[in-house]
Design a protein around this ligand. Structure first.
Ligand code: SF4
Length: 389
């Protein structure tokens, strides 16, 4: 039985905030994110609306100190640095940011220079996540990125010169025409660059994207499933050999540089969400804001909270989701901590799933932790599906 009353199921005060900037230079061929090119004329109204939303939400909340703030997109750095600084200041002034907090902005090559980055650093940003994706211009063009590799390297140097000591880069694999050898060169280049954090994205073809059209036309040649697995395992081998800790399915970090913000999601902890299409998770309610920037601006300006969907996560749904997210981390879930937090012993409440997955060699219990095995990592969707049943 779930001891519902008194359980802390996502109801702690949020210690994290996500801010969505839904604008981009152009639309990448694989992109299904809430991002729009050609809306520069909305920048200023959007920033006003964001600030209004932050002030309005925080006026109902006890002041708190955020441990992480994350500006994602879209391309946050498409906005003038003064706008990003103003949004960050609004969060700091109205909610509070703890000393030593991780404050990240995503950035794309071609939208940053040293002056802009120095201004962001002075405003309090201390981490940049740079969308490199590939170290080969032909692949960047093939996936519709709006930048070259030399722009990515220039951006990386500018980030360092601006004083950022915590930099992450994103890399994509299983791209059309990409071979294992080409991927190996990409991994070597990434390790050679020396960021503190590397996130991997396996290409998936999403409805409504340019790649979905090309796929339907039968002109997209993608690596097969076996090659995808070889690429993933090669990444684990090369990045760990390069000094990176593989700490989450797709994420690697130098010691001490795990993404604190993303760990909030993987622990299923609460967080604020601000901006068009942003999801927040506060008081057990997961709520999503209106996606279209102009509709979001209109809603906020007319006094609405711009929330178009809310679900209250309780009981079994909350537990399943917390387990699924927690198993994404290689260290898995601390069973004692989970029980303290929810009142539930996973090995009893989910005995059928745990025993079945253990018998198949997909999860293991080591000491007080439950975690996926290497095989389980490759079959994580199967593992997750079990906990949804
Ligand atoms: S830069 Fe990122 S958010 Fe923008 S279109 Fe490309 S993938 Fe999408």
């Amino acid at each position: 039985m779930l001891r519902e009353p008194g359980n802390r199921m996502g109801t702690d005060h949020p210690k994290a905030a996500y801010v969505h900037i839904p604008f981009c230079v152009s639309k990448c061929h694989y992109c299904e994110f809430n991002s729009y090119p050609g809306l520069d004329f909305l920048f200023s109204d959007y920033v006003d609306a964001l600030v209004m939303e932050i002030e309005r939400v925080s006026s109902h909340m006890e002041p708190a100190e955020l441990d992480t703030v994350y500006f994602g997109g879209g391309t946050p750095t498409i906005l003038p640095p003064a706008d990003l600084s103003w949004i960050l200041f609004t969060i700091s002034d109205n909610i509070g940011i703890a000393p030593g907090a991780e404050v990240t902005t995503e950035a794309n090559p071609g939208t940053v220079d040293q002056e802009k980055l120095s201004e962001l650093r002075r405003a309090g940003f201390n981490r940049v996540s740079l969308g490199v994706q590939s170290f080969d211009d032909s692949f960047l063009a093939r996936i519709g990125r709006a930048h070259s590799i030399s722009q990515a390297l220039d951006a990386y140097s500018a980030i360092r010169r601006a004083g950022f000591a915590n930099v992450g880069i994103d890399l994509m694999f299983a791209l059309p025409g990409q071979t294992v050898d080409i991927w190996e060169c990409t991994l070597a280049a990434a390790v050679g660059l020396g960021p503190e954090h590397i996130s991997l994205y396996e290409l998936s073809i999403e409805e409504g994207t340019r790649f979905a059209e090309l796929c339907a036309e039968g002109v997209l040649e993608l690596p097969d499933e076996d090659e995808q697995i070889v690429m993933y395992e090669l990444a684990i081998e090369k990045l760990t050999a390069g000094g990176y800790e593989h700490y989450e399915v797709s994420n690697f970090a130098r010691p001490g540089f795990r993404s604190r913000h993303n760990q909030v999601y993987w622990r299923n902890d609460p967080y604020y969400g601000f901006g068009a299409g942003a999801t927040g998770y506060v008081d057990g309610d997961r709520s999503r804001r209106i996606a279209a920037p102009s509709d979001y601006i209109r809603a906020i300006s007319s006094g609405s909270d711009a929330i178009e969907f809310t679900e209250h996560l309780t009981g079994r749904a909350y537990l399943s989701e917390t387990i699924i997210q927690g198993l994404r981390m290689l260290e898995g879930i601390d069973l004692n901590e989970f029980e303290r937090r929810t009142g539930v012993d996973i090995t009893k409440e989910f005995a059928t799933q745990v025993n079945g997955l253990r018998d198949r060699g997909l999860i293991e219990i080591a000491g007080s932790r439950i975690r996926v095995t290497h095989t389980g990592l490759l079959l994580l969707n199967d593992v997750s599906r079990e906990f949804l049943s």
